[in-house]
Design a protein around this ligand. Sequence first.
Ligand code: AP5
Length: 187
Amino acid sequence: MAMAKGLIFLGAPGSGKGTQAQVLAERLGIPHISTGDMLRQAIADGTDLGNQAKAYMDKGELVPDQLILGMIEERLGHTDAKAGWILDGFPRNVTQAIFLDELLTNIGHRTQWVINLKVPDEAIVERLLARGRADDNEATIRRRLLVYTEQTAPLIAYFQQQGKLYALDGNQPVAEISTDLQKLTSR
Ligand code: AP5
């Protein structure tokens, strides 16, 4: 059987992770797994997880690891993830990255590509204010950017050391970024 494909999108809030993950997931025929979307669904469904996560999301803080790790483990165990997966918004700190590495070893999967989409902060703020999701007000966007710098950006070096990191210019039209990703993942 062919090796399962595994791709992680790193990149600040609003860098285009979700937009590109959706296009690529359709092309590769593997699921787009967004922890942010899963948490927003949990809030909409009124589950315990959603109720606990909401206050953190509203403030732009990371939801505690203990709420996230079981959720991702369960999701990667679904049948549709056997042939591969695209992770968008996970891992988001070193604890989550180490957890994922161990989980993938246990299920016989591995990460092939970690994509860092690079976009200047001011372009991000402009994009997110135009979108207007519940957490897209200027104070929360700035807080999300700071949390990214402090907690998620260290994963750039983490994955660079594993030889898996690819930096792409995320400040160009959506279709051009998709073409860059297509070239990278069909090598
Ligand atoms: P999450 O849902 O992951 O949000 P985020 O990281 O803030 O990312 P966004 O969805 O805002 O941006 P994106 O990079 O996906 O860009 P998108 O394609 O949408 O997380 C939300 C919250 O959930 C977190 O703050 C945290 O509380 C919690 N959370 C989630 N995962 C967690 C985890 N693992 N651990 C702990 N907590 C967690 O694009 C953004 C906008 O820009 C769109 O309007 C889009 O149309 C536009 N756009 C996209 N590409 C381009 C382009 N090339 N040019 C111009 N506009 C573009």
